[in-house]
Design a protein around this ligand. Structure first.
Ligand code: ATP
Ligand code: MG
Length: 424
């Protein structure tokens, strides 16, 4: 027999074979229920001594929750069962027994704390809520690719091992690379820029490593970024791309992941877009009596922007040059072509127009106390015909937490890496 997914079973009649995990067994002495789940859904299966056979009737009570089984039976209408159908079991095979007791409560009757769930992530993924999160994440990545390809973008992959710091920060993980010293990449910034200067519009989903010592609910030491870079573009052009991209992603999740959103009790809205200068944002925060960073937004300021403009992508642009990396284009008056995007109270992205002029790049590196010699290859890449260009990077897990309203970024990361966690 060919295995049927539970969801498809609801549309079928007659005899089917289902495979999945035992969510629950209910023993009512004369009738027994086995609640079976697979990635597509859940179905009530019934076991009766006569119709299913005495042997199966006895066997079913002994099966541990979360064990993997194969059942063959007759689909029949049922007024009580969820979805209006149940399966009368005729054959039952235990494919893989789950040991007892389970280290975490998969049924959510009692709450297991997140760190413990992460220790047993493989089992945590038996939980429909965890599955819902990662189904949505899959849709997010698909939506990102779809949007970018429609936009004319070319998908690229970049190296993760680098010979010197890409941004001049100190938060790098060093690596022994034969006789040389190397690092894990903290961003694909320099590579996507080099590529955009010939391929025009490029995008990638890139893994970044940041040796930030703080352990917050918004930071991981290994995170993924949705990156975009476009040439013949300034920051306003790419802010517009970012806004439409996030709107496209949210719309697709709403269209295709309704069940999962309902399970997570999330009501989504395609976000609005708002633009404001850093100076105006500073004034606003003064009025709101919220502390604002000098050349950066404070955590509280981001939070207040989320309260003032819910379900809105707020672009704060004309950012002070002092608060942006050396590769962001200066604009005069101490301002830059850099921006941040805040969504529901947290930064989801930084971006801006880049410096594509070698002499200016050298000047900016020196001003930041960096040695242009360390960036020779990068600077030289703009010497042979490099147009102006701009781009951004969105944290994949950050975007997930902000769309779903989930507080801890580890919840939306399959196998998080943080200060304390290196496994599973
Ligand atoms: P933050 O100020 O929030 O620490 P950042 O300005 O250091 O972030 P960028 O270098 O601008 O981060 O990275 C681009 C995006 O990648 C951020 O807007 C955020 O969405 C995401 N991101 C950055 N660092 C992390 C991290 N440690 N964990 C998860 N996501 C991150
Ligand atoms: Mg940033």
């Amino acid at each position: 027999m060919i295995r049927t997914y539970i969801k498809d079973g609801f549309k079928k009649k007659g005899k089917v074979e289902l495979k999945g995990w035992v969510h629950d067994i209910r023993d009512l002495s004369k009738i027994k229920f086995l609640i079976l789940k697979d990635i597509s859904g859940r179905i009530q299966c019934i076991v009766l001594p006569k119709e299913s056979g005495e042997e199966i009737f006895k066997q079913v009570s002994k099966i541990n929750r979360e064990s993997v089984v194969r059942v063959v039976g007759e689909l029949q209408d049922s007024k009580q069962a969820i979805g209006g159908k149940e399966l009368l079991i005729k054959e039952l095979e235990v494919i893989s027994e789950a040991e007892q007791p389970l280290p975490i409560d998969v049924s959510d009757h009692s709450k297991t704390e997140l760190p413990k769930r992460l220790d047993y992530r493989f089992l945590d993924l038996h939980r429909p809520k965890s599955q819902a999160i990662f189904k949505i994440e899959s849709t997010m990545m698909q939506a990102y690719r779809e949007f970018m390809i429609k936009e004319g973008g070319i998908e690229a992959v970049f190296p993760s091992i680098i010979g010197s710091s890409s941004e001049g920060g100190t938060e790098l993980f060093p690596l022994k690379y034969f006789e040389k010293k190397a690092f894990l990449s903290q961003s694909c910034q320099l590579y996507k820029q080099m590529l955009a200067c010939s391929m025009e519009k490029v995008f990638t989903i890139f893994c970044v490593w940041r040796a930030e010592k703080h352990n917050t609910v918004r930071h991981l030491n290994e995170a993924r970024q949705l990156d975009y870079e476009e040439c013949f573009a300034d920051e306003f052009k790419v802010m517009d791309v970012l806004a439409r991209c996030v709107q496209y992603i949210v719309k697709k999740i709403m269209d295709e992941r309704g069940e999962e959103l309902e399970l997570l009790d999330v009501k989504l809205k395609v976000p609005d877009v708002k633009y404001m200068t850093f100076a105006d944002c500073t004034k606003l925060m003064k009025k709101e009596k919220v502390h604002m960073g000098k050349d950066d937004l404070s955590t509280e300021a981001e939070k207040r922007l989320g309260e003032l403009y819910p379900d809105t992508i707020v672009f704060v642009h004309d950012w002070p040059l002092a608060g942006k990396p050396f590769y962001i284009m200066p604009k005069g008056d101490g301002l830059s072509g850099g921006f941040d995007a805040i969504y529901n109270g947290v930064e989801i992205s930084s971006g801006g127009q880049r410096v594509h002029i070698p002499d200016l790049l050298i000047k900016r590196l020196k001003e930041k106390g960096l040695n242009p010699k360390d960036f020779k290859g990068y600077i030289d890449s703009f010497r042979y015909g490099a147009p102006e260009h701009a781009g951004w990077g969105v944290g994949l897990e950050r975007l997930m937490t902000q769309i779903l309203g989930i507080a801890n970024i580890r919840e939306v990361t399959l196998f998080p890496r943080d200060r304390d966690r290196l496994g599973p």
